[in-house]
Design a protein around this ligand. Structure first.
Ligand code: KIV
Length: 277
């Protein structure tokens, strides 16, 4: 990224296949930018990818701020979106306070929040206050249990119509883009063609305006059995990391690490003088 992107740049790139990736700390944010990612998302997937929870529900504002600040330090010039955690936007007042913290304290450029028509008043208030908002429809992990678990959404006519209506409501409320998670590809294509703002898909097929993946899933450091159909693991970094750690442990136990090449020498006269008291 040569110049820091703005919301207007990104809105103008509808159809341009935007690349978004989650990042929760400085090194991953730095790596993602070096690899040419357009937009970083400090997602509340933090809860599962990093903090060891089995859902995003326990993630707090303090957790999110801590990690958003780290991502910002690793990628000072990147466009960074911070995810509003569960209940942090339950009222307009709470949403304004919390979203403002992301911009003021963590240096985020925008926030993301889950929900459709029901969150439109919150989106309107944030946008009126000058806070760019990304929406999130389809499988919304914070309310996954009410949606029947982590599974494909909007498969029937009612669900499909609701998705279209929710996308319209978010756009009208002022969202500059919308994540579509786990929805059938043809429906995501329809939503994308009807929306005047970019859609960013995850498990939503190839016809969204951009794609997002969770960093840990992409590089293969999540549990090996986590293999949802949409996920392509571009590396098996977890296995490479495990092997490296195992080799370190074996070399320490065998007395092969650290060797001379990885140790610091000392002037022999100085050492002799110390030894002789
Ligand atoms: O929290 C997250 O990482 C997300 C993406 C999966 C879109 O919401």
């Amino acid at each position: 990224m040569d110049r820091k992107l703005t919301v207007l740049d990104l809105k103008g790139r509808k159809g341009a296949r935007l690349v978004m990736l989650t990042a929760y700390d400085a090194p991953t944010a730095r790596l993602a930018v070096a690899a040419g990612v357009d937009v970083l998302l400090v997602g509340d997937s933090l809860g599962m990818a990093v903090l060891g929870y089995d859902s995003t529900v326990p993630v707090t504002m303090e957790d999110m701020l801590h990690h958003a600040k780290a991502a910002r330090r690793g990628a000072p010039g990147a466009f960074i979106i911070a995810d509003m955690p569960f209940l942090s936007f339950a009222t307009v007042e709470r949403a304004l306070d919390n979203a403002a913290r992301f911009l003021k304290e963590a240096g985020a450029d925008a926030v993301k929040l889950e929900g459709g028509v029901e969150v439109a008043p919150v989106v309107e208030a944030l946008v009126r206050a000058g806070i760019p908002v990304m929406g999130h429809l389809g499988l919304t992990p914070q309310t996954a249990s009410a949606l029947g678990g982590f599974k494909l959404q909007a498969r029937d006519e009612d669900g499909g119509r609701k998705l279209l209506a929710d996308a319209r409501a978010l756009e009208q409320a002022g969202c500059w883009s919308i994540v579509l998670e786990l929805v059938p590809a043809p429906l995501a294509k329809l939503v994308t063609s009807r929306a005047g703002i970019p859609t960013i898909g995850i498990g939503a097929g190839p016809d969204c305006d951009g794609q997002v993946l969770v960093y840990h899933d992409l590089v293969g450091i999540t549990a090996p059995e986590f293999r949802p159909k949409f996920l392509k693991r571009y590396a098996e970094a977890g296995e490479a990391m495990r092997a490296a750690i195992a080799q370190y442990a074996a070399e320490v136990r065998a007395g092969r690490y650290p060797d001379e090449a990885h140790s610091f020498g000392m002037n022999a006269d100085v050492l002799r003088r110390i030894e002789s008291g």
